[in-house]
Design a protein around this ligand. Structure first.
Ligand SMILES: Cc1cc2nc3c(=O)[nH]c(=O)nc-3n(C[C@H](O)[C@H](O)[C@H](O)COP(=O)(O)OP(=O)(O)OC[C@H]3O[C@@H](n4cnc5c(N)ncnc54)[C@H](O)[C@@H]3O)c2cc1C
Ligand code: FES
Length: 286
């Protein structure tokens, strides 16, 4: 790891020395990594690349044991294994006017997509939403690739009060012709975005995050129902037509291992040295 930053509470940005992936990765693709020999495979979206410097950027939320362990690494540390780029890249063309929506940690994931759409001469209206002001991420970066940036917070502590779907409805209601919507964020958010755009027949692409295991299309763990067909998010996606995804089925599958995930986190927290993972001496508890 070359650089570590804490973007907001529990959300970290790593710059990794991974030249081959940095050269090949395109917007919408992801990588899978393992921190150590016993580690779970963690799928994470390619948040950015610097191909000339051989740098791959990941941004992740410490959701449970594996992402907390990843977050405890420091500059100079190594990740045991990292594979990618995986998945199909976003379909980028000149659509006209596009709305790019990022919810929470979905914002760093929508950033390369918004940038590629801007570079392809689209008018980009970006909407990014967070629970509150202290959780706002990458607003400056999103502004730099957007013709208009709308920031929303659930509690109104910054920007507009409300959900990203309220902001999308406002943009639609002001009469702007929208040719495409791209959305990345919590499953419930992507479901509501798709429901908002559907009556207006605005093509809507969402990036799904089911539990993944091999990420090569062989285990079947990441299957999702799209338009009545079973699809594998790792090789057929992760992006799909939001108007066809069975979001309720996806949410039910994501809940499958909740008791095991909770137990695993409790055991990890209990095993940590007192004063934090570095005994309060290093930067790992940041
Ligand atoms: C294609 C893809 C891209 C992703 N990109 C990002 C990203 O850029 N940033 C980010 O913060 N998160 C991203 N995620 C989610 C991230 O992989 C999970 O948060 C992480 O695996 C959780 O592991 P954990 O052990 O810390 O938490 P756990 O306690 O195991 O789980 C916490 C939550 O993460 C889900 N989860 C657990 N294991 C997996 C797994 N192997 N695959 C997918 N979800 C899992 C669980 O259902 C649960 O909702 C992505 C997921 C996918 C599938
Ligand atoms: S993760 Fe195994 S088939 Fe997709």
């Amino acid at each position: 790891m070359l650089k570590k930053q804490v973007l907001s509470p529990g959300i970290k940005r790593f710059e990794l020395d991974a030249a081959e992936i940095a050269r090949k990765a395109l917007p919408g693709q992801f990588v899978v990594l393992r921190v150590n020999e016993e580690g779970e495979r963690i799928p994470l979206t390619v948040a950015d690349t610097m191909p000339d410097k051989g740098i791959l950027v990941i941004v992740f939320q410490e959701a449970g044991k594996s992402t907390k362990l990843l977050g405890s690494l420091n500059e100079g540390d190594s990740i045991l294994d990292l594979i990618g780029p995986l998945g199909r890249h976003s379909h980028i063309e000149k659509f006209g006017t596009v709305v790019c929506i990022g919810g929470g940690v979905g914002t760093p994931e929508i950033f390369p997509v918004a940038r590629a759409l801007k570079q392809s001469d689209n008018k980009v209206i970006s909407i990014i939403g967070f629970r509150s002001q202290d959780l706002i991420l990458m607003a400056d970066e999103m502004k730099s690739v957007s013709d208009e940036l709308i920031v929303a917070t659930d509690d109104g502590s910054n920007g507009n009060k409300g959900f990203v779907t309220d902001m999308l409805k406002k943009v639609i209601d002001r009469g702007e012709k929208i040719d495409h919507v791209f959305a990345v964020g919590p499953v419930i958010m992507m479901k509501m975005v798709s429901k908002t755009s559907e009556p207006y027949k605005i093509p809507t692409v969402v990036s799904l995050n089911p539990i993944m295991l091999d990420a090569t299309g062989m285990c079947g763990v990441c299957r999702v129902d799209v338009g009545g067909e079973s699809k594998l998010a790792c090789v057929d996606g992760p992006e799909f037509d939001g108007h066809k995804v069975d979001f309720d089925g996806l949410m039910a599958r994501l809940r499958t291992y909740l008791p095991e995930e909770k137990l695993s986190l409790e055991q990890y927290e209990a095993a940590k040295p007192k004063g934090g993972c570095c005994g309060g001496k290093g930067g790992c508890c940041a």
